[in-house]
Ligand binder design. Structure first.
Ligand SMILES: *Cc1c(COP(=O)(O)O)cnc(C)c1O
Ligand SMILES: *[C@@H]1O[C@H](CO)[C@@H](O)[C@H](O)[C@H]1NC(C)=O
Length: 403
């Protein structure tokens, strides 16, 4: 028992050379002089409520993907992990409709992919052009500003043009056709954000001449937050790997990440950072589900359920924020705040009485909309019915309040 252990330790200590012994008082102190006790919250079990995640993300994760993420950890540099990463690459190539070899998943959320794209392809002093059709364009403009770049009109010869395909703050699906060709003519890279739209609305990276495309794991892909697929075509690689300065981020440097993902043709993969192993298991499963379902089926399904939701909302007397049906994002619907209501009160009511998340606007759409997201696994008519019932209940009970 303990006595025997202590006796053993005493024997070891007595055999140590004398020069070690001055350490002993400090070791003793380190064992007995804690000033911060274990926090009481940490002695209680973890509690996570059930919520219907019908906002713009994250969305509910199906049991199959949760189970994949709960598999035992293996080393991030084990051959089995490389195989899983290769599968993920194939899954992303399918989801993006691209043959690009330079296809990886970032260890990080959608923002990591957003910064990776810009940090690697743009050098100080170069210009980028940003389509600000909602919060995401604003944010990319801020990232560019932080790097001391100008973002300016085409006459400044931008090296990169950024567009959000699924503008989740506005509920807008921005048309993409033709823009890639225009960018090519001006020797500009075309970067598209599909965090809120991948799997829910059609995108064709190769056919639409998109040079860099990224998405996130936690929206229509239904994986937990924390990984973000991204792909670069030949043009983007050419710009990225012939730059004169190093990218500002070591973690997001594609010359390292391409090696980590086995994309640089070198036989050895060197340690760069430890990837989120469980997150990659879950991402692989979510991409497998998309491959089994089929992209076209997934797009069709999102459109049908979205149209069902839109009709239901109009039947409740609500107005949709994006008037033109063809421009609406099927994964995230924006509802104009009904007159005489306080949107915060509606959302709080729905959370309290229906355990359901819907959200307000973001950035430019704040105070203008309520957002309802039905993505991937959540995209079901019965979930649309739940959302409609919750909204109807809130409209009855939050009427003409202080707003
Ligand atoms: C959610 C979202 C992001 C940000 O993704 P994070 O995973 O939260 O970093 C970027 N772009 C769009 C269009 C989004 O909807
Ligand atoms: C990707 O790599 C394969 C094998 O190395 C090569 O044959 C193919 O041409 C590459 N494709 C692209 C689009 O770069």
């Amino acid at each position: 028992g303990m006595g025997a252990l202590l006796a053993q330790q005493a024997a070891v200590e007595s055999s140590l050379p004398p020069m070690i012994s001055p350490l002993q008082p400090r070791l003793d102190r380190s064992m007995s002089s804690l000033t911060i006790p274990p926090p009481a919250c940490m002695l209680r079990p973890l509690e996570v409520p059930f919520r219907y995640l019908f906002g713009p993300g994250p969305s509910n994760v199906p049991p199959r993907i949760l189970a994949a993420g709960a598999r035992p950890i293996i080393g991030h540099l084990h051959p089995e992990m490389y195989e899983i990463m290769n599968d993920i690459k194939k899954g992303i190539q399918y989801a993006f409709q691209t043959q690009n070899n330079m296809t990886i998943a970032m260890s990080g959320s959608g923002h990591a992919a957003m910064e990776c794209a810009i940090f690697n392809t743009v050098e100080p002093g170069e210009s980028v052009l940003v389509a600000v059709n909602g919060i995401w364009g604003e944010r990319v403009a801020e990232i560019a500003e932080r790097m001391g770049m100008l973002y300016a009109l085409a006459k400044h010869k931008p090296v990169l043009f950024f567009l959000t395909h699924g503008e989740s703050s506005a509920g807008l699906a921005h048309p993409v056709d033709g823009i890639g060709d225009l960018c090519r003519k001006h020797n500009t890279l075309f970067l598209v954000d599909t965090v809120a739209s991948l799997g829910a609305a059609p995108i064709f990276m190769d056919q639409q001449n998109i040079d860099i495309l990224y998405t996130g794991s936690q929206k229509a892909l239904n994986a937990p937050p924390g990984t973000a697929p991204i792909s670069f075509n030949e043009r983007a690689c050419q710009k990225m790997f012939t730059r004169k300065t190093k990218p500002v981020s070591y973690l997001l440097d594609m010359s390292h990440l391409s090696n980590y993902w086995g994309n640089d043709g070198k036989p050895a993969r060197l340690y760069h950072h430890t990837g989120p192993v469980s997150g990659f298991f879950a991402l692989r499963e979510s991409l497998a589900i998309l491959a089994e379902t089929g992209l076209e089926e997934s797009w069709k399904h999102h459109k049908e359920v979205a149209e069902y939701l839109w009709t239901g909302l109009e039947d409740l007397g609500l107005k949709l924020f994006i008037r033109e049906k063809d421009l609406r994002l099927p994964s995230v619907t924006t509802i104009a705040i009904p007159q005489g209501y306080n949107w915060r009160e509606i959302l709080q009511y729905i959370m309290k009485h229906h355990q359901m998340e819907m959200t307000g606007g973001l950035g430019p759409s704040i105070n203008m909309v309520i957002r309802v997201g039905l993505m991937g696994y959540n995209c079901q008519k019965r979930n649309a019915d739940l959302a409609l019932a919750a909204l109807a209940d809130a409209l009855r009970n939050c009427k003409k309040s202080k707003a």
